[in-house]
Ligand binder design. Structure first.
Ligand code: FAD
Length: 274
């Protein structure tokens, strides 16, 4: 019997074929008995309807759907309407975020709202009805003044009503241990779930955009397997199984897979891991 949390992140597909594939992944991943599936939210409400519709549809199949919800560029009335929709449709969990915004200037201090405001809004709207996850960044968020204040703001989000933390994905041996050492000093009681994403030639660009460091040797391996899906699968399976085991042995209360709507690799990892 697994003692730690297990979850998968999906994004709302744009096409019917993408939705079919996601339905398949959602069904196939049930074998791993996850605690929840989360559905991302496009900043500025760009996927508002799709995120909501998929959340409501999938929650009828497995009542553990966890939509992401963000403030970035969204109208407060629309956010409250979304909270009403979720509450009226038996959705009990959310990931509360600031949200990525194309207009964020890393050098700017002009952001007036933060994820903590979303946590407060949810609590004001519906008291303790929702279980709320918030985000953390083992390599420090790109807008943060410094690593120390970034962690302090995480604690404030949790103190304001967050029930657990999910981290950004990361790679390499020391990122987690360095982060967890600093994190442990804050005396946070809520669980922390480590975010894990497989590597592919395509994801290297995404890592760069998110300012997630990929060790040179890993980049080289992934690039080497660009035209060899089987070797890439085996590489991710071996690396991520050991990586997740280390995280679980060293303080992580669970694993949240950034699934990119896939399933086979995660089923194989879970078979080896649990
Ligand atoms: P915040 O907690 O507001 O932090 C943002 C920055 O502001 C940090 O640098 C922090 O140090 C600083 N800060 C925080 N609070 C304060 C404060 N009170 N005063 C001053 N500074 C403060 N993006 C999407 O668009 N859609 C998604 O679905 C999505 N899902 C995600 C899921 C996870 C698990 C993670 C880790 C990230 C996700 N993101 C998503 C990305 C995220 O929304 C962006 O990185 C965003 O810029 C930060 O969001 P946050 O909730 O961490 O913001």
């Amino acid at each position: 019997m697994r003692q730690t949390s297990l979850s998968f992140e999906f994004f709302p597909p744009k096409t019917e074929a993408g939705l079919e594939k996601l339905l398949h992944s959602h069904k196939a991943l049930q074998i791993t008995q996850p605690d929840f599936f989360s559905i991302t939210y496009g900043a500025g409400g760009s996927t508002r309807e799709r995120t909501r519709d998929i959340a409501l549809q999938f929650n009828k199949i497995s009542p553990n759907i966890t939509p992401h919800i963000s403030l970035s560029g969204d109208d407060l009335t629309e956010v409250k309407q979304l909270l009403d929709d979720y509450k009226n449709n038996n959705i009990h969990r959310l990931v509360a975020l600031l949200g990525d915004n194309a207009n964020h200037n890393p050098k700017s201090t002009a952001i007036t709202m933060h994820a903590i405001d979303m946590v407060r809004l949810i609590r004001q709207h519906s008291d303790d009805y929702f279980h709320i996850s918030v985000a953390a960044y083992p390599e420090t968020h790109y807008l943060a003044k410094d690593a120390k204040s970034d962690l302090q703001f995480l604690k404030e989000k949790l103190d304001a009503g967050g029930n657990q933390t999910i981290t950004q994905f990361f790679y390499g041996e020391t990122v987690w241990s360095d982060f967890y050492e600093r994190y442990s000093q804050l005396g946070i009681k809520q669980p922390i779930i480590a975010g894990v994403m497989p590597l592919s030639p395509q994801s290297l660009g995404f890592c760069e955009k998110c300012q997630v460091h990929v060790p040179t040797a890993m980049k080289a391996k992934v690039t080497q397997y660009a035209d060899d899906q089987q070797s890439l699968h085996q590489y991710n399976l071996d690396y991520l199984t050991e990586f997740c085991q280390n995280l679980l042995n060293n303080g992580a209360d669970g694993i949240h897979f950034y699934s990119l709507n896939q399933c086979n690799l995660f089923i194989d990892i879970c078979r080896k891991l649990y």
